[in-house]
Design a protein around this ligand. Structure first.
Ligand code: B3K
Ligand code: ZN
Length: 892
């Protein structure tokens, strides 16, 4: 397969200023007629349109130019380009000309869920990144921006609702066929074709409206299947909050009279920001107290916000080419993270963001798929919608925010919209806009965050000045590990936020750089050199530095020589909640890793240090703290994060050591945990609320219950079972189910089956039930997963089901996955499923095959067995470019 390079970029030979489409919908034979108004660059004599082998096209009579049949039209060998010679008189002097094409596509046969396809009997589309070429021949690249008109025609009974981009200008019955009707939409804003969408089907909607800051009244509608309207309220409220927030924080107003959201059950990813017609995976729209967890409510708010925010960061200003994907995604993730922080608890939101970065992006940055936030090459762009482009991309924006400050950043985004509205631009352009608005800042070195892959490692050595000198010296050293294709790296610009805790635990006002500087409580060091030293004055002896507050840069910080008691001190006193959490995680990580070594050596494990137990108790019992933060502090680092801390990971020893430490926490903190539960109990009843404290209380109760239940006392197991049965909200029911699903006991079997009975009518809840089993099962997980795959509720062509069961198992259940017997049996099973799914849906297959990329990270025999499956997949006939790219790069 061809490798595409950023360095090969050339501007489009032909621009399309407008496209008029007519889509005659039919399940197996949809006819798409398009008229493209084109302008060719001087010297361009052939119009090349991207197309797809799945479409039927009559090159003889299906194409005309300025109304006359086009001559000598050809289709390239791989059926991927339609080449239409432009007669000399037509293209002269850059004049506009019109090209009409007519093609037939088959939505029902489209199991890849890219282009035009069917979900639950309705038509829908997904065009990003390159799906538009499966609907009509077109220069399918984001730097071709056009205005659109779309006429959608379909059977009136089967497809009463017809939706397109932009404003509805006309609709009615078809004159020539009374069983059919049509709707015409016009989108006046030039857009790249990846933002095209249409929907047709039997849908109902929840409606509302929003008045923008300039007084425009926007009709808001969320379209769902019959019966689902009551589950749309939270999404609608989230949408209105997003619209207000973007006006207040960025001065960005919505720009059309309607904004539609459609929920579909078959969707490859979370959601899509099509202009005025967002299409969502229904799991990120539908929610009720009974069926959705607190985490679901939070994700819905975040994703509704994310897609809405794309209207400016992505749609009005878009990407020049797909290498620039982080331009819209990193920025929009940052915006949705900040929106969520403003709507809920900032500290808790930040911890959640960092957990995700560390569990998904750090491993990617350390493995064979490592790439810069702006990749320089790819085979299949769909493989680059990654944690690096999204989550690390958002960290890059966050660092810019930190460096420029809130006002400087806002001046920068204003400048960005002012310069580039209506254009397709690059990451360089983005930095240029920020720099122009902040002439006192130098962002040159910062740009390396776009081009250098790998997680920088920062070592910090803190020393106190001699007695009486009241200084603290912090010496930093950065190194950036080699990544594929990048052996040598340059030092990066890393903003490090820090503060100081005095010997009494109180925050210290210190002076930076000289003894007569202004006293500050916090400072941000711009680490730019490979090594850099910072001297702080007025620091009482016995103080402790609190480094990388709020996780101010996506780096791996090693605080050299920090002691257990200093970490416990930070946990107890830091005013920065992130570092409170971070200290607890460092302590638990050290304790687990120590025991991993012992497990490997066949030695007995060491108990948790008394200091750690005390610090945990203090935190747990402090009811003045945010309960969600207390729950996070109590959370034991995931196996995935632990693997990253060692050279070669032994999955079974890691599992045992982690389990041991968890049991230690449970038994040593038991009385405190039970007291916390008893204190929370009365607060949990009453009306369900999504305010941060209510959610925190549920999380803390459930985290405590999870710990005490590791001791398997009958009454705790019974309590879990009762909660599965009687909980009035999904958060509590699911928490209890996941505790039991991990166990081998009567209550577990009962809980799993009664949960299914209760919820078998709700496919989104069933999806949770599938995932819980796939992620919780122990050494017999492979058998469980095989049963789930043949369960009537499982549909291999539904992406959510596949991600829940196969993804949950291979990527969310490290123990069950590696421990399956005979060794490697689970790898083989998943490899076979990947090959099977790839024939239908390469994007889904490619996500699942990623479970093998880090094979080198594991001890033998795991690594060889995983590698063997990658080789099996590579040798399977007809694998997609999507899967090929991941497999090939993993083996390289
Ligand atoms: N832009 C889409 C993702 C499209 C993925 C294509 N494989 C959703 C989002 O990031 O908002
Ligand atoms: Zn996005």
């Amino acid at each position: 397969p061809a490798v595409k390079l950023l360095a090969d970029y050339t501007p489009p030979p032909v621009m399309v200023d407008n496209i008029d489409m007519e889509v005659q919908l039919h399940e197996t034979k949809t006819v798409v007629t398009s008229v493209l108004t084109c302008r060719a660059r001087p010297g361009v004599s052939v119009l090349e349109l991207d197309m797809d082998s799945s479409m039927v096209i009559n090159t003889g009579s299906g194409i005309s130019i300025n109304g006359a049949p086009a001559a000598d039209v050809s289709v390239s060998a791989e059926n991927s380009k339609l080449c239409i010679p432009i007669p000399g008189d037509v293209s002269s002097a850059g004049a506009s000309f019109q090209v009409q094409t007519k093609v037939v596509v088959n939505p029902e046969a489209n199991k890849a869920l890219e282009g035009l396809y069917m979900s639950g009997g309705n038509f829908c589309t997904q065009c990003e990144a390159e799906g538009f070429r499966k609907i009509t021949p077109f220069p399918d690249r984001p730097d071709v921006m056009s205005t659109y008109s779309t006429v959608i025609i379909a059977d009136k009974e089967k497809y009463p609702v017809l939706l397109g981009n932009g404003n509805l200008v006309e609709s009615g019955a078809c004159e020539n066929d009374t069983t059919r009707h049509f709707a015409k939409y016009v989108d006046p804003w030039p857009k790249p074709c990846y933002l095209f969408a249409l929907v047709a089907g039997k849908l109902v909607y929840l409606k509302d409206f929003f008045t923008t800051m300039s007084g425009r009244k926007v009709a808001l509608r969320i379209y769902v299947r019959d019966g689902d309207i009551p589950k749309c309220k939270h999404a609608m409220e989230s949408l209105k909050r997003s619209m207000t927030w973007d006006e207040e924080k960025y001065g960005r107003e919505y720009d059309l009279d309607i904004f539609n959201v459609v929920a579909v059950a078959d969707f490859n990813m979370g959601a899509m920001e099509n202009k005025s017609l967002n299409i969502f995976n229904s799991k990120y729209v539908l929610a009720s107290t009974e069926t959705a967890t607190d985490a679901d409510f939070i994700s819905i708010e975040g994703i509704i916000g994310h897609e809405y925010f794309h209207n400016w960061t992505g749609n009005r200003v878009t990407c020049r080419d797909w290498f620039q994907l982080t331009l819209k995604e990193g920025l929009t993730v940052f915006r949705d993270q900040e929106f969520s922080a403003d709507m809920g608890s900032r500290a808790v939101t930040r911890i959640g963001n960092v957990m995700r970065l560390r569990s998904a992006q750090f491993p990617q940055d350390a493995g064979p798929m490592a790439h810069p936030t702006r990749p320089e090459s790819y085979i299949e762009i769909n493989n680059f919608y990654t944690a690096t482009v999204y989550q690390k991309g958002a960290e890059v924006i966050r660092m810019l925010y930190t460096i420029l400050g809130p006002d400087g950043f806002r001046r920068g985004t204003d400048r960005y919209f002012e310069l580039f509205d209506g254009q397709a631009v690059t990451c360089e352009d983005w930095i240029r806009a920020l720099a122009e608005a902040n002439p006192d800042k130098d962002l040159e070195q910062f740009k390396l965050w776009y081009s250098q892959a790998g997680t920088p490692k920062v070592k910090a050595v803190v020393t106190e000045g001699g007695a009486g000198s009241n200084t603290m010296t912090v010496h930093f050293e950065q190194t950036i590990p080699p990544t594929p294709g990048q052996a040598e790296k340059l030092p990066m610009h890393i903003p490090i936020a820090m503060g100081v805790l005095g010997p009494d635990g109180k925050p210290v006002a210190f002076r930076v750089g000289s003894a007569d500087g202004e006293p500050v409580m916090e400072t941000v060091l711009d680490l730019k050199a490979k090594q850099q030293t910072l001297v702080l004055y007025d620091v009482p002896s016995g103080s402790v530095a609190s480094l990388l507050r709020g996780f101010s840069a996506p780096v791996d910080l090693e605080y050299v020589g920090i002691t257990t008691s200093q970490l416990c001190f930070i946990m107890a006193h830091d005013t920065d909640s992130f570092n409170t959490y971070e200290a607890s995680q460092q302590l638990l990580t050290q304790a687990i890793l120590e025991n991993v070594k012992r497990a490997q050596a066949g030695e007995s494990m060491v108990e948790l240090d008394e200091q750690i137990v005390d610090a945990m108790k203090l935190n747990l019992a402090d009811s003045s703290l945010d309960p969600m933060l207390r729950a996070y502090v109590l959370s034991v680092p995931s196996e995935g994060t632990l693997f990253e801390k060692v050279e070669l990971a032994d999955p079974i020893a890691t599992y045992r050591a982690r389990k041991f430490v968890k049991e230690q926490l449970a038994s040593r903190l038991e009385s405190t945990l039970r007291k916390v539960m008893a204190d929370l109990e009365p607060k949990l009843g009453g009306e369900y609320s999504l305010d941060p404290t209510a959610m925190g209380n549920r999380a803390l109760f459930n985290a405590s219950l999870e710990l005490v239940a590791t001791m398997n006392a009958q009454e705790d197991l019974q309590l879990c079972l009762r909660r599965v049965e009687n909980a009035t909200n999904m958060t509590d029911a699911l928490a209890a189910l996941s505790i039991l699903a991990r166990k081998d006991c009567e209550e577990s079997t009962v809980a799993v089956s009664l949960f299914y009975k209760k919820w078998s009518h709700d496919y989104l809840v069933v999806d949770k039930w599938l995932r819980i089993q796939a992620t919780s099962a122990g050494a017999n997980a492979l058998d469980v997963v095989k049963q789930l795959v043949s369960h009537p509720a499982f549909d291999i062509s539904n992406p959510n089901n596949v991600y829940a069961v196969l993804g949950g198992f291979a990527m969310g259940n490290p123990y069950g996955w590696h421990a399956a017997e005979p060794k490697g049996a689970a790898y083989q099973f998943i490899a076979e499923q990947v090959v099977r799914i790839d024939k239908m849906n390469p994007q889904v297959a490619s996500r699942i095959v990623s479970c093998f990329t880090r094979w080198r990270k594991f001890t033998e025999p795991y690594q060889s067995l995983m590698k063997a499956q990658l080789e099996f997949i590579r040798s399977s006939p007809g694998i997609s470019n999507d899967v090929y790219e991941i497999v090939e790069k993993s083996l390289a």
